[in-house]
Design a protein around this ligand. Structure first.
Ligand code: 5AD
Ligand code: SF4
Length: 472
């Protein structure tokens, strides 16, 4: 890692992040990589010397948004140049990786195109872009970019608050037939254990109390430790949970076939590991699961859920679902509705299938017509919304640990998160920000729940853990 004495910031950097939390993490690392070169982040695009769009390619809408944003930036830069100033424009992330040169062809306003494996080379790429012609870097290098990127910096993370993301794994070898990730993020790799622990210690020392481990296939994590052993995510969670100050761990996103026994056991054994798991199944139909190349059946998914619930009865689940994959019949879609009812999700993300160029799904016949997709999405969404509401209502009367993070909406209130990532509002003095408190949930609102602190009760005590009935 190259640490230079930081010069006085003289340039402003504006990063707009699209897509998943991995992009949020990457945007922060880009800012960290540029700080030693005089760049300071700004929230005001009008004053930026460098604008980076950190893009997402997972669905069509996500990439189209980037091109319309580039249209706006072209006008903004023209105005800036007319006034004697300038602005550099970069496109990063998965659209950059997938489209490369094509972006410059379609939007010549772009100076810089670079994929997720090139972030540590950003200062050098900017230097080259100053020479005129657009610079495109979408190589998958041999070297480990994390070795060259500054780890999450202390002073930066303090500003970010009590929770932080930490990427531990990148890329994917599963090749689900609808998904671009294996092409844009490349083969699956895991960061070495010591690198992850060092970054986590750094975050904890800066006051971070909750870390979410990130990876496209995070539960496929297999990092080398200092003793030369390969360890999985369960063991990594054990080592992270031992770091003083870290109260909570989460991880996302997982694939059902990688829910190893030791990871499931970690949910039983570690209080710090939150009882909330994002475990996408995508469809409830075995025919569609096969066509999606998901490598498991509905019954196998249900078996994984049963084992997790046996280990950690208060666990709640969230998921991702795609409607309208090529060949999906009404009966297949009914199977998706029925698996949602059978599992009972606390929350779920629902998507219309969007053919991604270069993926096997895009070439399949029997694409589902748009109005059919729209109708299915609406029905699934209604079911999922009802489940989320029912889950929140089932929390009323329970005592949940809440990490108090910030002043609330009303004076005298604080806002925080439950183990299930619900926003919670509670009457409490500001001195309690940064602490975990047992909160008796008394009511549900539109997007949050409210409650009161239960005095004389230790957070994380066994009596706090109650069983959650699944909601249908
Ligand atoms: N069309 C629609 N949804 C998709 N996802 C991934 N690729 C596609 C696609 N081509 C969804 C999946 C995945 C989530 C991150 O995005 O549900 O789990
Ligand atoms: Fe995409 Fe996830 Fe499938 Fe990998 S496992 S191909 S990231 S949906």
């Amino acid at each position: 890692m190259t640490e230079m004495p930081a010069p006085k910031p003289s340039k402003k950097l504006f990063i707009k992040t699209y897509g998943c939390q991995m992009n949020v993490y990457d945007s922060d690392r880009m800012a960290d990589a540029l700080a030693p070169h005089g760049y300071e982040t700004t929230g005001a695009i009008e004053e930026a010397d460098l604008v980076v769009l950190n893009t997402c390619h997972i669905r069509e809408k996500a990439s189209e948004k980037v091109f319309s944003e580039l249209g706006r930036l072209r006008e903004m830069r023209a105005a800036r140049r007319a006034a004697g100033g300038d602005m550099m424009i970069g496109v990063a992330g998965c659209v950059a990786q997938a489209e490369g040169e094509e972006i410059v062809r379609r939007a010549p306003v772009v100076d810089l195109v670079f994929g997720p494996q090139a972030y540590h080379r950003l200062p050098e790429l900017i230097g080259r872009a100053h020479n005129g012609a657009a610079v495109v870097d979408t190589d998958f290098p041999e070297e480990d970019k994390f070795e060259h990127l500054p780890a999450a910096r202390r002073e930066v993370t303090v500003k970010r608050g009590l929770t932080a993301f930490l990427t531990v794994q990148e890329g994917c070898d599963k090749f689900c037939s609808f998904c671009v990730v294996p092409y844009t993020r490349g083969a699956e790799t895991s960061r070495p254990v010591e690198q992850v622990l060092a970054e986590a210690r750094n975050l904890a020392a800066a006051g971070v109390r909750e870390i979410t481990l990130l990876g496209q296939n995070v539960n496929a994590y297999h990092g080398l430790d200092a003793a030369g052993r390969t360890i999985g995510l369960g063991e990594l969670c054990h080592r992270l949970a031992a770091i003083p100050g870290l109260a909570r761990l989460r991880y996302t996103t997982s694939h059902p076939i990688d829910m190893a026994d030791d990871l499931i056991a970690a949910h039983r054994d570690l209080d710090a590991l939150m009882p909330y798991l994002h475990l996408p199944v995508q469809s409830g139909s075995d025919t569609i699961l096969k066509a999606m190349n998901r490598r498991h059946t509905r019954a196998q998914y249900m078996d994984v859920i049963a084992r997790i619930r046996a280990a950690r009865p208060d666990i709640a689940l969230s998921g991702d679902f795609i409607v309208g994959f090529p060949g999906e019949t009404d009966a297949d879609f009914e199977d998706t509705l029925s698996i949602v009812r059978e599992v009972g999700y606390a929350s779920a993300f629902t998507f219309k299938y969007s053919p991604r160029p270069g993926t096997p799904g895009a070439g399949l016949g029997d694409q589902v017509p748009e109005p059919v997709k729209a109708e299915r999405l609406e029905r699934l969404q209604a079911l999922v919304t009802a489940q989320t509401r029912a889950f929140a209502e089932a929390c009323v009367g329970r005592t949940l640990d809440v990490l108090l993070e910030r002043p609330g909406r009303m004076p005298g209130q604080l806002g925080g998160r439950s183990p299930y990532l619900q926003a919670v509002h509670v009457e409490a003095p500001e001195a309690l920000i940064g602490t975990l408190q047992p909160v008796l949930i008394t009511a549900t609102g539109n997007n949050s729940i409210t409650g009161k602190i239960v005095t004389g009760m230790e957070p994380n005590s066994a009596s706090v853990v109650e069983s959650v009935a699944s909601v249908a």
